[in-house]
Design a binder for this molecule. Structure first.
Ligand code: HEC
Length: 410
């Protein structure tokens, strides 16, 4: 080892050995490692301050320009906004990764020696992680302008993402002040704010995952002792943002021939609307099973409702309850009893998968309906698209019986 480097190395080590006096910031025992051990001058934090303040200003101004909305956006967003929005699922990994590792670093930094060694690295991570969070938030808001992002998962995802990011920015400021004053107390306060903010972000991220993958994605295969608390916690959090909704029972009069039938059906169907129809459907006795609820809805849930239910209502279409499936989306006429050609969902299913306008459903690349599932949907529409017909009173085509049995078994 070059003797000079050798000396500096040991000078550095000696610096680390000095006992730490908690409440007395001592300029001779700087928290920050120094470039020049001879002078022991703390490095200036000016650059970090400038970057941090810029970041905060960008966050605030950005939110003023693109305010987070909780209702369907009005007007058409520019294609630039939509283009950037699609980067949200990519961008969000940056803060997740950096801030995740920072948690580990902050545990190390909770000792004075750790702070001396890794304090500046942590600050840098905090800055990059914070910047990543800010940009992920913006992209998320732009993505939401596509429309269809409403409901409990979305509200929690957006709110907790915003609050968590703000928390990280506040934490950043506290860290800078703490480092500037060499105060371990302030740095501990910073860590508290940081961990809480990161936790909020984490939960917020989970509800974002629910939007893309469905509510049961994370818990589906969880062992019971984890699943119970997780689902309970999730329901509890969602209960804050989900108001009991009054269902729109009005059925479009286009359903001319069966209007009266449908109306009465709708009345009997209006109960508390299940969020996750499959999970909350009461276990009906074999005889009581309904064609729509137990045969048709499971198909829609599996193949359509990731994009057409409460969380995402693409084309303003929701099909998680009978009345919503009948009501249809932007263009209504989703299922017209007895009329395949007029039923928008049927016509879009029947389009070739490489349809020039990309109108085939489910969109290319997504899990497609099987020929049997298509046949069942068509049969159901031809039979009158009933919401109350019972399974044991229905005459399924013989060749579809096996499929029906499979669906009923779940
Ligand atoms: C991956 C997401 C996704 C899945 C899965 C999906 N859709 Fe769609 N759907 C969309 C999007 C996006 C739109 C709006 C854009 C458009 O009109 O193509 C849409 C629009 C529609 C519309 C037009 C609504 C209206 O009133 O304009 C119908 C009908 C429809 N989907 C039916 C279905 C059916 C039936 C399934 C399942 C077999 C399905 N979709 C699965 C994304 C999806």
């Amino acid at each position: 080892m070059d003797p000079k480097v050798h000396d500096e190395y040991f000078a550095g080590l000696a610096l680390l050995e000095v006992p730490y006096h908690r409440s007395s910031p001592n300029p001779e025992l700087p928290l920050m490692s120094s470039n020049s051990p001879e002078t022991d001058e703390p490095k200036s934090l000016t650059a970090a301050w400038i970057a941090s303040i810029l970041l905060i200003v960008v966050y605030v101004i950005g939110l003023l320009i693109f305010p987070p909305l909780y209702e369907a956006p009005k007007g058409d967003p520019s294609s630039t906004v939509l283009f950037i929005g699609r980067f949200h699922p990519i961008l969000l990994h940056m803060p997740v990764g950096i801030l995740g590792i920072l948690c580990l670093f902050e545990l190390i930094c909770s000792t004075r020696r750790g702070e001396q060694r890794y304090g500046e690295a942590s600050l840098l991570m905090l800055l990059f992680g914070g910047a990543g969070a800010v940009f992920a938030v913006f992209a998320g808001i732009m993505l939401s302008r596509e429309g269809g992002y409403v409901g409990g998962n979305f509200s929690l995802h957006q709110t907790m993402g915003l609050v968590g990011t703000a928390g990280v920015l506040i934490a950043l400021v506290i860290r800078l002040v703490g480092m500037g004053r060499g105060s371990m107390e302030l740095l501990n306060a910073y860590r508290a704010v940081y961990f809480i903010s990161f936790g909020i972000m984490g939960f917020g991220a989970h509800f974002g995952g629910n939007i893309s993958h469905g509510n049961t994605f994370l818990t589906q295969h969880a062992p019971a002792w984890i699943k119970g608390p997780m689902v309970g916690m999730e329901k509890w959090m969602l209960s804050f943002v989900q108001k009991p909704r009054v269902e729109n029972t009005e059925v479009k009069t286009e359903v001319t021939t069966v209007t009266t039938v449908v109306k009465t059906e709708v009345k009997t169907e209006v109960k508390t609307e299940p969020k996750d129809p499959v999970a909350t459907t009461p276990p009906a006795g074999g005889d009581e099973k309904l064609v729509f609820e137990h045969v048709i809805l499971p198909i829609l849930t599996a193949k359509c409702n990731k994009c057409h239910s409460e969380e995402k209502s693409k084309g303003e279409l929701r099909m998680d309850t009978y009345e919503l499936a009948m009501k249809g989306g932007e263009n209504g006429k989703n299922f017209v009893a007895g009329k395949l050609a007029e039923s928008l969902s049927i016509t879009r299913i029947m389009l070739p998968i490489d349809d020039a306008d990309g109108e085939h459903m489910p969109p290319d690349g997504k899990d497609q309906l099987t020929p049997e599932e298509i046949a069942l949907l068509k049969w159901w529409v031809e039979q009158g698209a009933s919401g109350t017909q019972k399974v044991n009173e229905a005459k399924f085509p013989a060749e579809l019986q096996a499929t029906v049995d499979g669906i009923l078994k779940g």
